[in-house]
Design a protein around this ligand. Structure first.
Ligand SMILES: [Ca+2]
Ligand SMILES: [Ca+2]
Length: 359
């Protein structure tokens, strides 16, 4: 576990405390346990109901000042983050404290007999090969693939059991959620896009780009993203690396960085996280104010938060990206959500004891 920078940490805590004074009242979570641990060893944190401002309306001119190394045309791609709109999450829910790990996914596969989609369709995943030249691929992919050599179990770089699982499709994520639901009688799912952004913002500075504030360099102490260690392997993109080292050239063990205001780790970076929603570029313009679920049309699913290989412009809380549900990549993983209401129903209301009636 990397210690947070003491001065930055203190500043963040003071800022969060000041903001908390001005924050709206949040629904009482009703005595639900603040953290639950499931049968695969995942810790899920209770996220309170509440309101937040979703999206970003930063102009290309605003962004150009903060990210001078990027071509200006890149700043024209973020129209789907607008308009900024108030969203109310009406029910508390549980969200994984961490990304799903390699070890948890392995235990799921062993217990369920499920065959991951990249293996079932025979085309495999993507992986890191230092000898691979992106110019040899039709799309200029940064990684080698698809190739049956690569999978959740082999990304081409070392991953321990506590690293985020990658090369998982949206369909694989849903299979894990559905299996856990059947196993435990609690409804597991992916978070909606709104739940994800609410959880990323975590009642801290409501408009900040990142957990640690607006400065991209704040990611160095709060997340595993594209830093000088990563740039050592991708010299052509060195200009986009953060100005320092976060300690990890590839994935980090989950929870290696300080948590955000909700107690969640790695909302920025490490692995992209699938969400439940279908992607629509104009969904924010017509989004309901309460519990938006995304658009009903289209086949693409939203992923959020960036990865160990992602540049800071694309790891902002507001940034939206998407893929089809069969996409597998060496940057994309998941974090599960669980309904709080059903979890409550499984908690015995009367503890067993001498006063309990005899059968
Ligand atoms: Ca890194
Ligand atoms: Ca992440």
């Amino acid at each position: 576990m990397q210690a947070p920078h003491p001065i930055a940490d203190t500043a963040v805590r003071i800022a969060a405390a000041l903001l908390a004074l001005a924050a709206p009242a949040f629904a009482d979570p009703g005595g639900l346990p603040p953290v639950v641990e499931n049968s695969l060893g995942m810790a899920l944190v209770l996220i309170p109901a509440g309101e937040f401002l979703m999206g970003s309306d930063e102009t290309p001119e605003d962004l150009a000042l903060v990210y001078p190394q990027y071509e200006p045309k890149r700043f024209l791609d973020f129209g789907d983050e607008a308009p900024v709109h108030r969203v109310r999450i009406t029910r508390p829910f549980y969200l994984g404290r961490h990304e799903v790990t390699v070890g948890q996914y392995r235990r799921f596969l062993e217990a369920s007999g499920y065959t991951p989609e990249p293996q079932a369709d025979g085309t495999g995943g993507y992986g890191y090969n230092p000898a691979y030249d992106p110019a040899t691929s039709a799309r200029g992919d940064a990684f080698e693939g698809r190739d049956p050599r690569y999978s959740w179990a082999n990304t081409g770089f070392p991953q321990g059991e506590d690293h985020p699982v990658l090369n998982v499709t949206w369909n694989d994520a849903m299979a894990l959620a559905d299996w856990l639901t059947r196993q435990e009688g609690r409804r597991y799912r992916l978070p909606t896009e709104a739940e994800w952004e609410y959880a990323c913002r975590a009642n801290q500075d409501p408009r900040a780009r990142y957990q640690g504030g607006d400065d991209p360099a704040s990611l160095l102490t709060t997340a595993n993203t594209f830093d000088t260690h990563s740039a050592a392997n991708w010299g052509q993109w060195a200009a986009f690396a953060l100005p320092g080292a976060d300690g990890y050239a590839f994935t980090a063990p989950v929870g290696s960085f300080a948590p955000n205001g909700f107690g969640l780790h790695d909302m920025h970076g490490n692995a992209w996280e699938w969400t439940a929603d279908r992607y629509g570029a104009d969904t924010y313009a017509k989004s309901p104010a309460e519990d938006p679920q995304g658009t009903a049309e289209g086949g693409k699913r939203v992923r959020r938060g960036g990865s160990w290989h992602t540049w800071s412009l694309y790891t902002r809380c507001a940034y939206r990206n998407w893929n089809n549900p069969k996409t597998r990549y060496t940057l994309v993983g998941m974090r599960l959500a669980m309904d709080a209401g059903l979890a409550q129903a499984t908690v015995p209301q009367t503890p067993p004891g001498p006063s309990a009636p005899s059968p």
